[in-house]
Ligand binder design. Structure first.
Ligand code: KPL
Length: 301
């Protein structure tokens, strides 16, 4: 690892997708609690396959050198521990790039990290096939920005680098709004599909459609009280458009519940419920979903 290295911590679908692309243009190390096989295969959205040998490492045994960028690509609930484990081994303060859903870890690590902190909000779609392969299911775009707009040039450089690596990216000045918008979409889709074990498109049918509408209304009123600007097309249009575009998907939270993994419940519903409480807004649907997900058990197979 040297001072040009991009260290990616979190070897799930997003981490591997990022590593397989960035490794074309910069030195990359992919780290996790256990090291993956170095030889990895990427299937592109067009169905082509290419393999590449990556530098892989165990988080506990990272070389003691400071990379230029530390990308945290873990799930939101694992980000804090992964950050602490990585930083305990790195002598300096790299640019920290946070790829998490929700809006919980971002302000917290922005406060704690001694170097620049960049937030990424991405619509890239990917899933893993075992330990040595990742499928890039659908091309998206990644927005990059920092919460206080103090590191615009770092965001632009990173967006350029991702572009050179074949991942569309744009530096933006309103990343906080974009993170809230993604959170709102996730809040309207993920807890419901995880609770009822359905694909996203089934939300268009009865009895789920009115439930989605009620959640959108709760989310819209909470975010209005937080002065988060609504999307140009409005909340309803945004949510129903994502549901249509991802109709066949099993959302990430459903996959987590089915696999018996923790969910991103706290990162997605937590900030909304905290804001509802601060402003004295009733959020019965969100509270009920939160309580039911807190007790979610893996599907009996
Ligand atoms: O981001 C998603 C997720 O699965 O977490 C959505 C937009 C809901 C697509 O499935």
């Amino acid at each position: 690892m040297n001072d040009q290295t991009h260290l990616i911590v979190g070897p799930g679908a997003l981490g591997r997708l990022l590593a397989m692309h960035l490794a074309d243009v910069v030195p990359v190390v992919l780290a996790g609690r256990r090291a993956l096989p170095a030889e990895q295969i990427l299937t592109t959205p067009e169905g082509a396959q290419r393999s590449r040998r990556l530098a892989v490492a165990e988080l506990e045994n990272l070389p003691a050198a400071t990379p230029v960028c530390l990308h945290l690509t873990t799930k939101a609930y694992a980000a804090e521990a992964a950050y602490a484990a990585a930083m305990a081994r790195l002598p300096g303060a790299p640019t920290l790039v946070l790829w998490q859903n929700g809006y919980q870890i971002q302000p917290e690590l922005e406060r704690r990290h001694p170097g620049p902190v960049v937030c990424a909000s991405t619509t890239e779609g990917a899933w893993v096939n075992g330990d040595d392969a990742v499928t890039h299911a659908g091309r998206g775009i990644t927005y990059l920005g920092d919460l206080a707009n103090r590191h615009a040039s770092a965001c632009r450089e990173l967006a350029d680098l991702l572009g050179q690596a074949g991942l569309a990216a744009e530096a933006v000045e309103d990343i906080e709004t974009r993170l809230w918008h993604k959170l709102a979409v996730n809040a309207a889709i993920n807890p419901l599909v995880a609770r009822f074990r359905i694909r996203n498109g089934q939300l268009r049918d009865r009895p789920f459609r009115p439930m989605v509408e009620r959640i959108i209304a709760e989310v819209a009123s909470i975010l209005a009280s937080e002065h988060v600007p609504p999307p140009t097309a409005g909340w309803h249009a945004l949510v129903w458009q994502v549901i249509a575009a991802t109709a066949k998907n099993r959302a990430s939270m459903l996959q987590d519940v089915m696999a018996g993994r923790p969910t991103e419940r706290e990162a997605i519903l937590g900030p909304l419920l905290a804001a509802a409480q601060r402003h004295g807004i009733a959020a019965p649907c969100l509270s009920e979903l939160d309580a039911s997900l807190a007790q979610a058990r893996p599907l009996q197979r």
